[in-house]
Design a protein around this ligand. Structure first.
Ligand code: ATP
Ligand code: MG
Ligand code: MG
Length: 552
């Protein structure tokens, strides 16, 4: 049955609240493995899990699913905490680690063995795979499957005590080698692996597998709704088998469709590859779809939460347009970002009738739509920069309202100017626009009825602050780099022009802004101050252009 106005997960929760299935409790968890930085897919899961807890007056745990010591590091743990907080969520005193449960998990494995529901298998990994069968054919039992509980217990203790080589034996749940669900064909629940764990050190040389650990962790923490992505649909049967067999408190697993985004990849394995092979400048490269990347890019947590709300949750996989995230960013930045002037591709304007050496200052609002943002002073002088693209020697058509020879335009909040002539270098490139201004239009306004439609941004050349401006474009040239042609991988679709660096000329108020500050460069886009920025050498990242260029 479909409930109007809510997604299928909230419909399930509403029903459980009605029937009192969990005594009116909602307790979710966000369970990342600390084997990489969080990406935008994780944001969807964070917003869903923490969001449900907020909406129903429940709780959400942050659980580090750290059972694979080879790939996990404290750096990743720290980045996860930073990113969840940045997105605006708080686990309070409920941060847990699957590794906290190692002793309890071991006890439960022993309980399974004693109940005849688990056995130590000596087959090699290749043999185990072979014996597992295929979707069309049932598997066959391992010759070690019928060991006695005593023998299994003895071997499992000795596995723990380090008597056997890595990979020489595993502990498997004894379920059904003929099950149509491959996951149920005696899944491995413990393996031997001498690896230093970032929290438990060398205390263990056996580690529990995901399917064993996850359901028990959920159970220990009293989770009500254990939400995961669709790939785990087949694992639900095992989740239920394990908790039923061990007679433990039983949360319910619910699967939803993972987030897929155009022009990027959302898989830690692939993101690690981009970092390690140097295709990007680290996890927080502003082109990366990681939370640290989009943060450095200047996307706000509010925009990201709005994005997650708009994409919603569903049961069917789909591809979301990256442009939607940019749309959400634009909407929020439009409300909060002050609007200042910067020229990214300058051409010099000389105002011939403006006195040499004179400087005047204009007080300009930081955001004409929000007076509370205040004002700043902007110097004006005889030589200015405007955008090269705002000038044509001859206006190409009647709709060209920018500057051309013989045409008048408004310089934002300053004066009207008219271009009379151009100066060119020996290659024919324009080096200067010779203009005159009308002193009667101070403030950028005249009430004599003359029509001046174009308004240009500008900076005073002598006062301009040069800055490095990093312009970003799509990281991949195709919508779905995961669907690589034969003989290619996603890396072959990287966009060679995803970053271009230019020198911009900023009005003085843009100097010395704090790292992370977000601004609009008028008529260009939204930018933020990169952490590489210093007082002498400001660095800005383009978060998003003013208008959508993705639709094309
Ligand atoms: P990856 O495939 O990138 O390695 P993962 O699922 O292995 O991701 P985990 O650290 O195990 O990464 O994920 C933590 C939680 O985030 C899980 O509950 C998982 O379902 C969820 N999650 C991961 N990727 C996505 C995604 N693309 N969309 C929605 N949720 C996701
Ligand atoms: Mg995982
Ligand atoms: Mg993974």
């Amino acid at each position: 049955k479909k409930e109007a106005g809510v997604d299928f997960i909230r419909a399930i929760v509403n029903e459980d609240m009605k029937t009192g299935k969990y005594q009116g409790r909602v307790h979710t968890r966000f369970p990342p493995e600390p084997n990489g930085y969080l990406h935008l897919g994780h944001a969807k899961s964070i917003c869903l899990n923490f969001g449900l807890a907020q909406e129903y007056g429940g709780k959400c745990n942050l659980r580090l699913d750290d059972t694979n010591p080879l790939k996990e590091t404290p750096e990743y743990v720290e980045s996860i905490k930073t990113d969840v907080r940045w997105l605006g969520f708080d686990w309070e005193d409920r941060m847990f680690h699957a590794s906290d449960y190692f002793e309890r998990l071991f006890e439960l494995a022993v309980q399974l063995i004693k109940a005849g529901k688990a056995y130590v298998d000596d087959l090699t990994p290749e043999q185990i795979r072979e014996y597992r069968g295929t979707l069309k054919e049932p598997g066959k039992n391992s010759p070690y499957r019928d060991r006695s509980a005593e023998e299994n217990l003895d071997l499992f203790m000795r596995m723990r005590n380090g008597e056997f080589e890595d990979g020489s034996r595993v502990l498997r749940a004894k379920i059904d080698m003929a099950s149509p669900n491959m996951v149920m064909r005696d899944p491995t629940i413990y393996r031997i692996r001498r690896a230093h764990h970032h929290r438990t050190g060398d205390a263990w040389c056996i580690y529990p597998m995901y399917d064993f650990t996850h359901c028990i962790s959920d159970s220990i923490e009293g989770i009500t709704h254990s939400i995961c992505t669709l790939e785990f649909e087949n694992n639900r049967e095992l989740y239920d088998w394990m908790l039923n067999t061990l007679e433990l408190y039983h949360p319910q697993q619910i699967e939803f469709a993972r987030l897929n985004l155009t022009h990027t990849v959302l898989s830690k394995r692939k993101l690690i590859q981009l970092v390690e092979e140097g295709h990007v400048n680290g996890w927080d490269d502003p082109r990366m779809p990681t939370l640290s990347g989009v943060r450095r890019r200047g996307i706000t947590p509010e925009a990201l939460r709005e994005f997650c709300a708009r994409i919603g949750v569903a049961k069917a996989d789909s591809m979301v347009d990256y442009g939607l995230l940019e749309f959400c960013a634009r909407e929020h930045l439009n409300r909060i970002a002050p609007r200042l002037m910067a020229v990214l591709d300058p051409v010099k304007v000389v105002i011939e009738n403006y006195p040499e050496g004179q400087v005047e200052e204009f007080e300009m609002p930081l955001n004409p739509e929000d007076e509370s943002q205040g004002t700043r002073m902007v110097p004006f002088s005889r030589e200015l920069y405007i955008e090269r693209d705002d000038f044509r020697e001859q206006a190409p058509n009647k709709k060209f309202f920018r500057l051309a020879i013989g045409k008048e335009v408004r310089l934002r909040y300053a004066y009207y100017i008219t271009c009379n002539d151009v100066v060119k270098d020996e290659h024919g490139n324009i080096t200067e626009l010779r203009c005159t201004y009308d002193p009667a239009t101070r403030g950028g306004w005249s009430d004599d009825g003359r029509k001046v439609k174009g308004t240009l941004h500008w900076v005073s050349a002598a006062h301009a602050v040069p800055a490095q401006v990093r312009l970003y474009d799509k990281l991949f040239t195709v919508e779905n780099p995961n669907a690589a042609e034969e003989g290619k991988t996603f890396v072959d679709y990287l966009n060679p022009d995803s970053l271009s660096v230019v020198t911009g000329y900023l009005e003085p108020a843009l100097k010395n802004m704090e790292h992370g500050s977000r601004v609009q460069f008028e008529r260009i886009g939204y930018f933020c101050v990169d952490p590489d920025s210093t007082a002498d050498a400001p660095v800005f990242n383009r978060t998003v252009t003013l208008k959508d260029s993705w639709a094309k």
